[in-house]
Design a protein around this ligand. Structure first.
Ligand SMILES: [Zn+2]
Length: 307
């Protein structure tokens, strides 16, 4: 059933588990996400970026989710706009049927971030839609980084407390050292868990981890085995994801893992049979591979069995 983001995340916040927020750009990704939710009996958040919306058309993005959520009423699902850049973009998503929007004004000065988020919250809440915002900059941190440098990029717990009080935002993405894409850390993976716990204590709302793909060994190897190149890639290890959930993370954004798992299968089929041109022969195993990654992730985050 299609519900608001808060409905899914407040339960996760109360019971202390994480829910995967999986990105989709087409039917295949979305279908794999729903199949994983069914297999693991897990709630899900599905999300589309502005780029994905442009690719699919906003009516298609919403329509696909509505059809699948009707087909599987036992699965609680929220549809989130990932990294909305403006009030207009969030409003468009809300009016089209999204049940959650992220307004990402984190690159603006604090006061401006507050003002933009507040405006989105007011409109969204009047329509029963939940809102996510972000504080700090998404960026890997290294061992030799100074305290000052850390304070410049990571979330400030004082600001987080004030931000939530001012904006009434429903969930917050605090920057604690992750980054987007397949190349998250230069050295050893490192996240600021103490800072995360402090933000949780001060805000007491669901928190969001962006850039949380793990790139498990078997996914990396499947891609490399096809001649693919992922040199130097590094994800967030499962132990870190679980530590983050313990520290208060309830929404775990995952995109890169799905892309790599899917494309490894497409590449494998293309390599194995150069005469093949039936789309389904590529996409069916791609969906299977993504589904496996997500079922495992739901178990790691603790959302399995919580639908
Ligand atoms: Zn993100």
């Amino acid at each position: 059933m299609l519900v608001s983001g808060s409905e899914i995340l407040l339960k996760a916040h109360k019971e202390g588990y994480g829910v995967g927020a999986f990105n989709f750009v087409n039917f295949e990704m979305l279908n794999a996400i729903f199949n994983a939710a069914l297999e693991a009996n897990s709630p899900i958040i599905v999300q589309a970026s502005e780029g994905a919306i442009k690719y699919m058309g906003i009516d298609m993005a919403v329509g696909l989710v509505q059809i699948l959520s009707k087909r599987y009423p036992q699965i609680p699902v929220a549809l989130n706009l990932d990294h909305g850049t403006s009030f207009e973009s969030c409003k468009k998503a809300i009016d089209a049927g999204f049940t959650s929007v992220m307004i990402d004004a984190s690159h603006h000065p604090f006061e401006e971030n507050v003002a933009m988020t507040k405006e989105v919250v007011q409109y969204a809440h009047s329509k029963g839609v939940s809102v996510e915002a972000e504080l700090g900059r998404l960026m890997g941190i290294e061992d030799n980084i100074s305290v000052d440098e850390k304070d410049a990029v990571l979330v400030n717990p004082d600001e987080a407390e004030e931000f939530v009080k001012e904006t009434k935002v429903d969930y917050l993405a605090p920057a604690i050292g992750t980054s987007h894409g397949a190349f998250k850390f230069k050295g050893e993976p490192k996240l600021d868990f103490a800072r995360l716990q402090e933000v949780k204590r001060r805000t007491n709302i669901p928190l969001v981890l962006h850039g949380a793909s793990a790139i498990p060994q078997y996914v990396r190897e499947a891609f490399l085995a096809t001649g693919g190149d992922l040199k130097g890639s590094k994800g967030v290890p499962f132990e870190f994801l679980q530590e983050a959930v313990k520290g208060g993370i309830n929404k775990v954004n995952t995109d890169t893992d799905l892309r790599i798992a899917f494309m490894a299968e497409v590449r494998r089929v293309a390599n194995e049979d150069p005469t093949q041109f039936d789309l389904r022969k590529f996409f069916a195993p791609g969906m299977q591979a993504m589904q496996k990654v997500m079922v495992e992730r739901m178990q790691v985050l603790g959302s399995a069995g919580k639908a």
